[in-house]
Design a protein around this ligand. Structure first.
Ligand SMILES: Cc1cc2nc3c(=O)[nH]c(=O)nc-3n(C[C@H](O)[C@H](O)[C@H](O)COP(=O)(O)O)c2cc1C
Length: 365
């Protein structure tokens, strides 16, 4: 695809570079950056590249099947748009454009609690997108209850409870740029929780309850009319607890390397978690997925689907809904080719036999 300003954009990395040129430096640093020395951020990408694919031949791959079952429903493919706060910092159309990209590609979109578009407005503007609602539980539980009620009323199909942000990871890029992620007024949930004026990302995070615990999850899951997905699990011990306390699915995630630096990557955390929970709940993974081959490896290691974060923002920043759509289409095209050339043919046929440790040195390209 050729766009006027950015030349030919054929990979997610092309969009990443183009987005850096399109975005204000503070907003770009907020979206791009990770916590501390950004070791986990870099390892999120490198860990998929430490895996090699073991392809099988002569199996007949003329008809490929990308479809998967998520929370009991058939979906056309395994891509979910990760919840990301403040999308109007990337493009004026923000979450509405992301929802259009979700609808255009049959992806599930997960709307953040800290979205710059309300849950009701998004559902009314793009009614045909599949949507989940990501919940940060605020210290003011009444506001969180109201957010859940809105999600239920407006056709969100699941609640994604993010559990890896009891405190805010130190992102040095943001401290240096002094980015103000948004005025509180852009984020309706924050206003409801009592915020006002210019806010840094850390100011928004201070609204979140640091004392959330497993019994809260149990109560919440028991009372919730929607299935509850727990996002931010990195150990089989916690995966087991999440299942015991009512989670219907787990997202293996380190929050895109933005919380505790030097925690393990999703790719490294996934296999023991998938083994521990088996078929009891769906397991999803995110962090550093930039190629169709990364998606294939995630499914082979036991994920049912993957969440895609930053690349969607890069598409959004470059060309609004069309850019975010194109990013997802590129990834789906690459997944299709990977399914053909690996001999898997279908997303649901992937298993551990399709991957092994790679013996090359993973360059951080
Ligand atoms: C700019 C930005 C904002 C984010 N905001 C949220 C959020 O509001 N809630 C949440 O659960 N995760 C949030 N995340 C984490 C993503 O949901 C996801 O876990 C991560 O971005 C996946 O890694 P990737 O960006 O390498 O694909 C955010 C990530 C980014 C990059």
């Amino acid at each position: 695809m050729a766009t006027e300003d950015h030349g030919v954009l054929i990979s997610l990395e092309d969009y990443e570079r183009a987005a850096e040129r399109s975005m204000d430096a503070g907003a770009h640093g907020y979206a791009y950056g990770g916590a501390g020395d950004e070791i986990t951020l870099r390892d999120n990408l490198a860990s998929w590249r430490r895996l090699a694919i073991r392809p099988r031949m002569l199996v007949g791959v003329g008809t490929r099947d990308w479809s998967v079952t998520l929370l009991g429903a058939r979906r056309p493919h395994p891509l979910i748009i990760a919840p990301m706060a403040f999308q109007r910092l990337a493009h004026r159309d923000g979450e509405l454009a992301t929802a259009e990209a979700a609808a255009a590609t049959g992806s599930v979109m997960c709307l953040s609690t800290l979205a710059t578009t309300g849950a009701a407005e998004l559902a009314q503007a793009v009614p045909n997108s599949s949507r989940w609602f990501q919940l940060y539980v605020f210290t003011d539980r009444g506001v969180s209850r109201e957010l859940v009620a809105q999600a239920v009323e407006h056709g969100y199909e699941a609640l994604v409870l993010t559990v890896d942000l009891p405190a805010f990871g130190v992102r040095e890029r943001d401290l240096r740029s002094r980015v103000r992620s948004a005025s509180a007024e852009m984020v309706a949930s924050a206003v409801a929780a009592g915020a006002s004026g210019a806010m840094s990302p850390a100011d928004f995070a201070a609204l979140i309850d640091p004392d959330l615990n497993w019994s809260d999850l149990e109560r919440f899951a028991a009372e919730s009319p929607l299935p509850v997905i727990v996002k931010g699990i990195l150990t089989p011990e916690d995966a087991e607890l999440a299942v015991e306390h009512g989670a219907r699915a787990i997202v293996v995630s380190n929050h895109g390397g933005r919380q505790l630096d030097t925690v393990l990557s999703g790719a490294d955390a996934l296999p023991p978690i998938a083994d521990a929970v088996g078929d009891r709940v769906d397991v999803f993974v995110d962090g550093g997925i930039r190629r169709g081959t990364d998606v294939l490896k995630a499914l082979a290691l036991g994920a049912r689907a993957v969440m895609i974060g930053r690349p969607v923002l890069w598409g959004l920043a470059v060309d609004g809904a069309a850019g975010a759509t194109r990013v997802l289409e590129i990834l789906l095209g690459e997944l299709d080719l990977a399914l053909a050339l690996s001999g898997a043919g279908s997303a649901e046929k992937l298993d551990h036999g399709f991957v092994c440790p790679a013996h090359w040195v993973a360059h951080g390209r």
